[in-house]
Design a protein around this ligand. Structure first.
Ligand SMILES: NC(=O)C1=CN([C@@H]2O[C@H](COP(=O)(O)OP(=O)(O)OC[C@H]3O[C@@H](n4cnc5c(N)ncnc54)[C@H](O)[C@@H]3O)[C@@H](O)[C@H]2O)C=CC1
Ligand SMILES: O=C(O)C(=O)Cc1ccc(O)cc1
Length: 362
């Protein structure tokens, strides 16, 4: 079975890692720039790599388009003009589903099928270096089949996607875009706006940046997402987002009124309603906005201490996602925050560091 991946970045690379080395599967990566070919192969993400759309697509059983949303249509149109293998299934991973499925429905396919897809997991990182074979484990993976695709064809894609460890759900494109607009796209706009607001204050007073360590940094993690990927997502879901931003403005106006009127009970009611609904959100399933598992440790101010901790974790094959020295507490020797993407790595690190007599706070 030949699987072609167009755009071997965070998502394309992660899919490739899920498939590569599985019995009977060969993974070919396509890139648009020559310098991207060698790293794909040397990192062991794909079996072979090519700049040629024709070579990548030739005889492929499955083709995954994993490029930014703004490039999806270009590649789908190119593929629609190629002599693809009979029975070939083309899918994409774009964060919006309406525009690409509308285009796919207009194309006359002959023995080739398009099924829109969206693995609802990822991160603020991008590129092949961020790819991971476990990125989609326990996440939802949305499929939006184009009308007329036989059930057996959908099931064939679903069978292949079992390698991702994700739970496959079928969602109609319009409903998909409404929901992800509210739970992912609008939060990215708000995160970027919050950070930019603080950035502007910081131009006048450097202490904003210093005190923003910790909580503010956590809730705005997604503001560090790739600008091109997010430009394309937001433009593609423009109509849904314009409606959501209108609602958002009304929500902010409500808070403004409550503050102007010093309506403490009204403010508390907003938090009560939000808290009650939030407590009903599923906790353990991986959601679209992936949480990091954090540990805090007190570290003495000695040279090389950070290297020692990183080496200790590395020697025990514990995958560290991020490390940060928290600057805001000048009264203590130093607080190091260690962030893990997987809970089991967080558990192992907690145990190991405690055994090594570090003061670990969860
Ligand atoms: N970032 C995330 O967490 C998630 C992203 N997605 C979707 O996955 C797709 C890829 O996003 P990421 O993997 O995050 O981005 P990425 O930046 O890590 O990867 C994008 C890939 O597309 C290639 N590419 C960029 N411009 C291109 C062009 N003009 N022609 C051909 N190839 C080009 C890049 O070389 C790279 O290999 C997007 O459609 C995005 O909406 C879906 C789920 C999660
Ligand atoms: O950084 C995060 O946690 C995300 O929000 C990841 C993400 C980005 C885009 C998607 O379409 C789905 C998931």
């Amino acid at each position: 079975m030949k699987i072609a991946i167009f755009g071997v970045g965070l998502i394309g690379g992660s899919l490739a890692l899920c498939f590569k080395g599985k019995p009977g599967i060969t993974v070919v990566g396509h890139a648009h720039l020559p310098e991207l070919l060698e790293p794909m192969v040397s990192r062991g993400v794909v079996d072979s790599a090519t700049l040629s759309v024709e070579q990548a697509a030739l005889d492929a059983d499955f083709i995954f388009l994993c490029v930014p949303v703004g490039q999806l249509e270009h590649y789908l149109l190119l593929l629609s003009k190629l002599p693809l293998k009979q029975g070939c299934i083309i899918s994409d991973v774009g964060s919006t589903k309406q525009s690409i499925t509308t285009l796919a429905e207009k194309i006359t396919w002959d023995g080739v099928y398009f099924i829109g897809g969206h693995p609802m997991a990822g991160s603020e990182r991008s590129g092949i270096t961020a790819a991971s074979a476990v990125l989609f484990e326990n996440a939802y993976y949305v499929l939006s089949p184009v009308a007329g695709v036989p059930e057996a064809v959908c099931q064939s894609l679903e069978r292949l996607l079992q390698y991702t460890g994700a739970q496959i759900v079928r969602v109609e494109p319009g409903m998909h875009d409404d929901i992800v607009g509210a739970i992912s796209h609008l939060p990215h706009i708000i995160a970027a706006s919050l950070v930019n607001q603080v950035r502007r204050h910081n131009e006048e007073n450097e202490f904003y940046r210093v005190l923003a360590a910790g909580g503010f940094r956590d809730i705005t993690r997604i503001a560090s997402s790739d600008p091109i990927v997010w430009r394309d997502i937001l433009l593609s879901n423009r109509d849904v987002l314009l409606g959501l931003l209108q609602e958002w403005n009304e929500q902010i106006e409500r808070f403004t009124r409550l503050l102007v009127e010093r309506d403490g009970e009204g403010i508390a009611d907003e938090f009560r309603a939000a808290g009650a609904f939030r407590s009903e959100l599923p906790e353990r399933r991986k959601g679209m906005i992936t949480p990091l598992f954090d540990l805090y440790i007190d570290v003495p101010d000695t040279p090389g201490i950070i290297g020692q901790i990183a080496t200790l974790l590395g020697d025990h094959r514990i995958n560290l996602s991020n490390m940060q020295i928290i600057e805001s507490r000048e009264d203590v020797p130093g607080i190091l925050r260690l962030s893990f993407r997987q809970e089991d790595n967080w558990e192992k690190a907690k145990k190991l560091l405690s055994e090594q007599s570090y003061h670990v706070v969860v």
